[in-house]
Every structure is written in structure tokens, then in C-alpha cells.
Design a protein around this ligand. Structure first.
Ligand SMILES: [Zn+2]
Length: 308
């Protein structure tokens, strides 16, 4: 298939121009984000610049006391919450690590008592540079037998069931913490080649630390899963509400049980090398409304307005 690049970029520019015009003729839309942005002369941001695997903090200032705001990005539902400031709503928007680099709209449906309006924010997704990691592991950890494959399928189903249950309330109000002190390996999104065979992109970040180092909850939430997985070892999944989950794997011990409410900074387990791990480290993952995102992106969000 041949691709006409000039035509593609012309289409891109036309789309951007369309959004610029749309925003000029509609009420002011403020949008804040963690990293770069392009404000116009009035300080309003028209295009949010993002990278694969990033989390953005998006805010909308809306007139007339809307009842609720729900966004749509790709086929994902993005719930907004009131920040406590009059007319201001915010959302965490996840860019999946495999989202195609492109510019597309975050469409926010704004519900009033007697009407519905739509706001569109352009989001420009740039590619992230992911590493390639080659590793040699014992054969039974790369090519599991039939019984192990059955176990792996069941574990996956259970995790998917956890993600499918949506808590319609934001459970956190403070900034997100890094769960363990250690060496960040930069493994998020890396393309892994195990014993010469290609595997899925690595869906979390690894932090190397001594065996037994305490692992803390990144923020307030509810324990939705405590389990021992074939590949990921002992793990905990926390639900922070509004479709955000964080995962902590390869633990040596766990210190919480399913259903527990945990506070930001509470110790939930210790660093280990359970499952398929070559040394003690924490596998830290985050799942946000259908997107696999880099959990470190949560720790740099400008959340001062969300603390109410
Ligand atoms: Zn990992």
C-alpha cells in the first residue's frame, strides 16, 4: 500500500485549523497538561501535546453550571469530575502506549438540566521512543506448558474483570507518589525479545530495589486484587476510582487484602522477585480507562486544582 504523505499532513493541518476556528467561536476552553502546550495570546491552549503512554490532566471551564461532563477519546470513555472551583471540570486522559501518533479530538459531552453541548479539545500524540530488551530466561518461563497456559488465561480474565468494574467516584485528592525508592530501569513500553522470540510491549515500569523494601500505595484507593500470577508473581491491584488502577507485581510479601481501603503512602507489600523476574524489583503499572500508561506520568501531573 502506498501512502501519500503530503496529503496526510495537509489533512492534519486542515484538522488543526478546524479546531482552532472551533475554539475561537466557542466559549473559552482552558486545558492544562503536565508537559508542553501551545498557549495563544490569551493563554488558552488549543492543542494538547502528548506522547504514547502519557497521562494528561485536562481541565474545562464551563459556563451555566453543567450537571456532568463525559469525554470520548478513541473508543474510550473519559469521566470528568468537578474540581470544586465553580464551572471547572477535570479529567485524567490516558494515551495508550500503542496509540498511533496522530492528532484527534477529545470530545466532551456537557450535560445541562435541559440541554447537551459538546466541546472538542485537539490532542496531538507523538511517538515515544521505546527500547528493545533482549533476555534469556529458563525455557519453562518463556514457553509455558498446557497447565500453565490455562492458569495464565484465568489470571488474565480475573484482571480484566477488575478493570471492567468502574467505580464512579474519584477516591484520591493528593498528588501521586512513587511507590518505592530504587533504580528506575526505563522499561515502560519496551519491546521484549525473550530467548529470541518477540513478546508484547512491557506494560509497566520496573524499579529495582533490595529484597524486602516496603512498597507504598501511590494514592488512596481500594484493593481490588491480591494474587500470585505465573509471570508477574505476587501482586496487588488498587482502584483509585473513575477508571484509574495501579498495579504492583513481583512482590515478596503482600500486606493488604481484597476490599481494604488504603491510604496514599500506606505499605501494601515488599519488593521481591516472585514470578518471572531476574532480580528483586517492583513492576509498577497503571491502567486508565482502557489505556496502558506509564505510572510515572501520574506523579508529575499539575493537580493543585484537584485537591478540593
Ligand atoms: Zn516489569
Amino acid at each position: 500500500m502506498s501512502v501519500n504523505l503530503p496529503r496526510l499532513s495537509a489533512a492534519c493541518l486542515a484538522l488543526l485549523a478546524l479546531y482552532a476556528v472551533y475554539q475561537l467561536v466557542t466559549p473559552v476552553v482552558h486545558a492544562d497538561m503536565a508537559s508542553t502546550s501551545r498557549p495563544d495570546n490569551h493563554g488558552n491552549v488549543r492543542v494538547l501535546n502528548a506522547k504514547q503512554g502519557q497521562v494528561l490532566y485536562v481541565t474545562l471551564s464551563l459556563p451555566g453550571n453543567p450537571l456532568s461532563v463525559v469525554g470520548h477519546f478513541h473508543n474510550r470513555r473519559i469521566p470528568f469530575f468537578g474540581t470544586g472551583e465553580e464551572g471547572q471540570f477535570a479529567a485524567l486522559l490516558g494515551i495508550d502506549m500503542a496509540d498511533e501518533p496522530n492528532t484527534l479530538g477529545l470530545k466532551a459531552e456537557v450535560s445541562y438540566a435541559d440541554s447537551m453541548r459538546q466541546r472538542v479539545i485537539a490532542v496531538s500524540v507523538a511517538p515515544e521512543v521505546f527500547r528493545e530488551q533482549r533476555m534469556t530466561l529458563p525455557k519453562d518461563k518463556v514457553e509455558p506448558d498446557a497447565a500453565s497456559l490455562e492458569r495464565i488465561a484465568m489470571e488474565r480474565e480475573k484482571v480484566q474483570a477488575v478493570f471492567a468494574a468502574f467505580t464512579p467516584k474519584r477516591l484520591w485528592s493528593e498528588p501521586f507518589l512513587v511507590p518505592v525508592e530504587g533504580t528506575i530501569t526505563g522499561a515502560f513500553g519496551s519491546k521484549r525479545i525473550l530467548n529470541g522470540q518477540s513478546r508484547n510491549q512491557h506494560n509497566g515500569e520496573d524499579i529495582a530495589a533490595a529484597l524486602g523494601t516496603p512498597v507504598k500505595a501511590t494514592n488512596d484507593g481500594i484493593v481490588k486484587m491480591v494474587d500470585d500470577h505465573f509471570f508477574s508473581g505476587k501482586g496487588v491491584i488498587l482502584d483509585h476510582g473513575l477508571g484509574l488502577y495501579t498495579m504492583y507485581f513481583h512482590l515478596d510479601t503482600t500486606a493488604v487484602k481484597e476490599g481494604d481501603h488504603v491510604e496514599r503512602g500506606q505499605v501494601i507489600g515488599t519488593v521481591g522477585k516472585s514470578g518471572r523476574a531476574t532480580g528483586p524489583h517492583l513492576h509498577w503499572g497503571a491502567w486508565l480507562n482502557g489505556s496502558r500508561v506509564n505510572p510515572f506520568s501520574l506523579t508529575t501531573l499539575p493537580l493543585e486544582k484537584a485537591r478540593h
